[in-house]
Every structure is written in C-alpha cells, then in structure tokens.
Design a protein around this ligand. Structure first.
Ligand code: ZN
Length: 225
C-alpha cells in the first residue's frame, strides 16, 4: 500500500507539472510560429461600394466586422496586422499609381499597394457572397493559380472554415485582381452567403463572426506549421 501511495503521489507530483509545461509550450509554439508575421487583412468594398446587398444587409459591413475580429485574433497569436480599412470608406483616393484608371481599379490597386508598403507576408481579403440560389451556403476560399503558396494557404483556411460552416469544399483558383497582383501568398475569402436566410443572420452576429475569424487565423497558423 505504501508503495502504491508513493507511486500515486509521484504520479501527481510529476504529471501535473509536466502537463502544465506541455500546454504552455504548445501555446508558446502556436504564437511563436506567426509572431512578427505581417498580415494585410483587407475588408472588401467600402464607402460608395457596398458590394453585394440584400434588404438591411450590406456586404461591406459584414466584411469589415469579420476583418476587425480577424485582426484581434491574429494579434493574439502574435502576428502584426495591417487593415486596408477600419471604417466604411473606399480606397480609390489612396492609390499612388497614376497609370491605374477608374475609381474601381484604383480602389483595388490601393489594397495591393498596402502590401508593398507594409512589407507584408500574407494578404487576406474578406468578402461575403450572394447568388440567386437561396439554399447555397458556406465559406469559399480563392487563390491565384500561379501561386503555390497562395493555394496552400487557401486550402489550409478552407479546411478550417468547412468545420465552422459544416460544408465540404476545397479552395478554388480565381483570377481576381487582388490575388493576381499580389506577390505574396494571397487569398480571397467569401465567408458566407447573404442570400441564404439562416447564414445571413449568422453573418451579422458578432459571435459567429468571431468563429469565422478564429477559423481563418487557425488556417494561417496551420499554413506556417
Ligand atoms: Zn465582395
């Protein structure tokens, strides 16, 4: 009995501190991997450009809310975040490239220039989707097909978002300006469909936006693992 008692005592004496140490190391490792990485988080559209819309819901507002939550979560992981916009504004006036014509393209170019100016490691553009099929739901992640790292990042984020949105999808390639013109791994995320009634409500909830942000951040972390 005495041996058993000592054994149990030793068990708790060693196991508990070991478990605490391991969990601390894991948490440290999780943050360490993306500490000092610079991520441009781009809230799609803004100002006079609302993006997709349905009565009472503007895509630009959902994009900004998710982008702000994503900044918060990535900061907790130790990453530095540059937001393309923190308010409801368009960015065409921020564009420095005189050759780019038209308000729409100047707005997009300003988002790409932000990456160059901030010497960023990753670019994540946040959008919300709209289609005529009211049943379609879930998040979709896009990358530029000439970027292998962009594809890897997109797949990593897509896998995490599939858990939140209960869908099974793989990331797709798309020829979007902000993906094509970026020299760093870049993804565009459609976080959900405002044309699906249930998802439209979820997308407006700060709790759900947080879940999306956490999934995206986890995808970023997995990408660097
Ligand atoms: Zn959009």
């Amino acid at each position: 009995m005495r041996i058993l008692y000592i054994g149990k005592r030793h068990f708790s004496l060693f196991l508990i501190p070991t478990m605490l140490l391991l969990s601390t190391l894991y948490a440290h490792n999780a943050t360490h991997i993306i500490t000092d990485k610079v991520v441009v988080v781009d809230a799609g559209h803004g100002g006079i450009d609302p993006g997709a819309n349905r009565p009472g819901v503007l895509e630009k507002d959902i994009n900004l809310a998710v982008a702000l939550q994503l900044k918060d979560v990535l900061n907790q992981y130790g990453a530095k975040v540059v937001l393309s916009r923190q308010l409801d504004v368009e960015l065409s006036t921020e564009c420095d490239n005189e050759k780019v014509r038209g308000r729409y393209h100047r707005d997009l170019m300003a988002r790409v220039e932000m990456v160059e100016e901030s010497d960023a490691d990753l670019f994540i553009s946040v959008h919300a989707n709209a289609v005529t099929n009211a049943k379609r739901h879930g998040a979709e992640v896009f990358y530029y097909n000439k970027s292998e790292k962009g594809k890897a990042l997109a797949n990593s984020i897509q896998a995490e978002l599939c858990n939140v949105t209960e869908t099974s999808r793989t990331a797709k390639d798309a020829d979007y300006f902000v993906l094509r013109r970026n020299k760093i791994p870049a993804v565009l995320i459609e976080v959900g469909y405002i044309t699906n009634m249930e998802e439209r409500q979820q997308l407006q909830s700060p709790e759900y936006q947080r879940k999306l942000a956490e999934a995206i951040a986890k995808g970023v972390y997995t990408f660097y693992q």
